[in-house]
Design a protein around this ligand. Structure first.
Ligand SMILES: Cc1ncc(COP(=O)(O)O)c(C=O)c1O
Length: 360
């Protein structure tokens, strides 16, 4: 195998090497049919088992009950910011905002109707998530929306939010499949695939049947969850290559022992990294409050921007890519999704100790 470096990118992000190798193996001839998955009709007998495997894989891994549909859409998680209010916002919706992506979702929803931001941690720099009993939902909310893991800020909910009667809609783009979810608490969960599920260009939507009935009758077809579900995600040509990779990622994760097994490893990886931050005598400063620290995106600062720049450059020289924080917030961000190996975290921590020793 060609040499791979440690890729801490927030997304598109590292994919399991085994998945890439399998895809490479089958690139010219999917399962011996003499054609690539990209070259066959999405309505052919060749693609049907691929779509089925991807759907089944997600259903099994996340224990999705039968009264939910699993859809593969396009337009990224960002299109969901619009599709959700276009389909379900009638009177008003509640939004819980704990970071940059939640704010973007609010911006789109406001174009459709009334939005109540019932919680935002903007003032304190998106470092925290609310306690469950801090949230007061509107009595008439069509739904409550939140982002379970804010990729840019590195803050993560430690519980599945309970809408107290209002349907819960969740952007789980950057932590889906990283730990078990209580799916029944949700009406709709969505995620761009390009972190824990597969490549960019596929968006996973898990939607409860009763929500499909609420889609307005005159909805544009391509924005209509009911029509998309009725056509098994094939209202138009889906991202066949992307869905194929999703099926391979699911297979890989099952072989690893599934979501509970990967959660255990994710917790170990995050602990190693947060410990290094906490034991650095203040050289490294974690961005998120301890109780809200993300298992997937570890965000931290160094004593100066100059040192952060130097850190990123020296890290790159040592085989660590993708550590620069998001352009909107700066700092350092190490994204350690399911496919990121524990050894890479251990090696980064060694590099961090060495760097702080030399520059502290
Ligand atoms: C939490 C979260 N939501 C939404 C998005 C937007 O996703 P996309 O680029 O697929 O539209 C991202 C992208 O990184 C994200 O991390």
């Amino acid at each position: 195998m060609k040499k791979r470096i440690y890729n801490f990118s927030a997304g598109p992000a590292i994919l399991p090497a085994e998945v890439l190798e399998k895809a490479q193996d089958e690139l010219l001839s999917l399962g011996g049919i003499g054609m690539s998955v990209m070259e066959v009709s999405h309505r052919s007998k060749y693609f049907a088992p691929v779509l089925e495997a991807a759907e089944k894989g997600i259903r099994e891994l996340l224990e999705v009950p039968e009264n939910y549909r699993i859809l593969f859409l396009q337009g990224g998680a960002s299109l969901q910011f619009s599709m959700i209010p276009m389909n379900f916002l009638r009177r008003a919706a509640d939004y819980v905002v704990t970071g940059a992506w939640g704010e973007k979702a609010v911006k789109e929803a406001k174009k459709c109707g009334a939005v109540n931001v019932i919680y935002t941690s903007r003032e304190s720099g998106f470092r925290s998530v609310p306690e469950e009993d801090e949230l007061n939902f509107s009595q008439t909310a069509d739904y409550v929306h939140y982002c379970s893991n804010e990729t840019i800020d590195g803050v993560e909910f430690k519980y599945d939010l309970d809408g107290k009667g209002a349907p819960v809609v969740c952007d789980a783009s950057s932590n889906i499949l990283s730990k078990p979810l209580d799916i029944e608490k949700y009406a709709l969960i969505y995620a761009g695939a390009q972190k824990n599920i597969g490549p960019s260009g596929v968006t996973l939507v898990i939607i409860r049947d009763d929500l499909l009935e609420k889609v307005p009758a005159n909805q544009f077809s391509m924005l209509d969850y009911r029509a998309i579900a009725a056509n098994d995600s094939m209202l138009n040509t889906p991202n066949t290559w992307g869905i194929y990779l999703v099926s391979l990622v699911c297979e890989w994760l099952k072989e690893k022992g599934g979501v509970p097994a990967i959660e255990k490893i994710n917790r170990e990886k995050a602990k190693i990294l947060y410990n290094a931050i906490d034991q650095s005598d203040g050289f490294y400063q974690g961005h998120a409050e301890k109780a809200a620290r993300s298992l997937m995106n570890v965000t931290f600062r160094l004593p100066s921007e100059a040192l952060e720049k130097q850190f990123v450059a020296e890290a790159a020289g040592n085989g660590f890519d993708g550590l620069k924080g998001h352009r909107s917030v700066g700092g350092i961000r190490a994204s350690i999704y399911n496919a990121f190996p524990k050894e890479g975290v251990e090696e980064l921590v060694e590099f961090m100790r060495d760097f702080s020793g030399k520059n502290g």
